[in-house]
Design a protein around this ligand. Sequence first.
Ligand SMILES: Nc1nc2c(ncn2[C@@H]2O[C@H](COP(=O)(O)OP(=O)(O)O)[C@@H](O)[C@H]2O)c(=O)[nH]1
Ligand SMILES: [Mg+2]
Length: 331
Amino acid sequence: MNKCLGCGAILQNKDKSKVGYTPKTNIEDTKYCERCFKITNYNEKFITKLNNINNYILEEVNKKAKYVYFMIDFLNINEETLQTFKKIKCSKSLIISKLDIIPKSINKNKLIEYLKTNYNIKENIYFQSTKKNLNTKSLINNLEEQHIKTCYILGYANSGKSNLINKINGFYHEDIKYKITTSSIPNTTIDFINIPVSEYLTLIDSPGFNLNNVIYKEDEYSLIERTNPKKYLKPITYQTKEITSFIIEDKLRINSNSNNSFTFYISNELNIKRIFNNDDKLTNLKKIELSIPDNSDLIIKSLGFINIKKACKLTIYTTNDKIFEIRNSIF
Ligand SMILES: Nc1nc2c(ncn2[C@@H]2O[C@H](COP(=O)(O)OP(=O)(O)O)[C@@H](O)[C@H]2O)c(=O)[nH]1
Ligand SMILES: [Mg+2]
């Protein structure tokens, strides 16, 4: 069976609506499926649903893997993503990817200490950026020093797995002929892809784990793309003295009536409106009440988090009431 070099799906010319489709008749000589061709050459966007993907990845990896690099970007550090990390049984390290977007004000060593204690992580944690080529070679050196021959690159959808593998492959081969397909929309990689980067080392790309709950609908491309910061994230702080509401992209409304300080760690491309009333006019949204302890982060899964200085009660109107977690501030 011939697999697409871009996404790992088994190539087929029977069903246009299924993954791996190519209109070509000579499948044996085909390198990429139609979807990968269109993503790479025409920047087309596709919604790809992968059923039961989280279990599929875990089962495969817990059967076969000896070593795993698990990637999460800064805005997706939360209980759900780290619980998935913990379900991987073999030796592993945690990679905080897209180092280039982490606000400069954040002390990286303190962040590592926080992750270790707050989320009880015993494994090594590294920062990495493919875009700025930071700490990519050292990830490979680690593997070589430990004589690891095969490493699975796992992580949440869009954390940058395929870009990292293409980059590393590029260190070994000046002109890589066949690149893995990458895009700003989740679920670009469909199945595991073995990439022998050198005589001694094979990296295995993987489909991304999917969050159980997200704020956007699956076809909201523009919003999905804008949730990913393209450059350094600039935290935005609002001091509140009276009744204030924050409305994010008309999908989330946070009503506050305390003397407080809210710092948003979400993509600067997202629209945050501040208004000075507590109307609840977003009646199509679900209403929830949350009690926030002193100096906490309110995590909004798929967006990032808000650091809130003082204990307070918030009324929240939201498209999805399962996207919240509260943690001690990472600062
Ligand atoms: N800022 C930044 N963006 C990145 C980096 N690596 C990947 N991306 C972006 O993240 C998105 C997903 O990348 P991809 O490699 O396809 O992620 P995958 O789903 O984990 O394989 C793309 O829009 C990339 O341009 C990085 O180091 N920094
Ligand atoms: Mg990928």
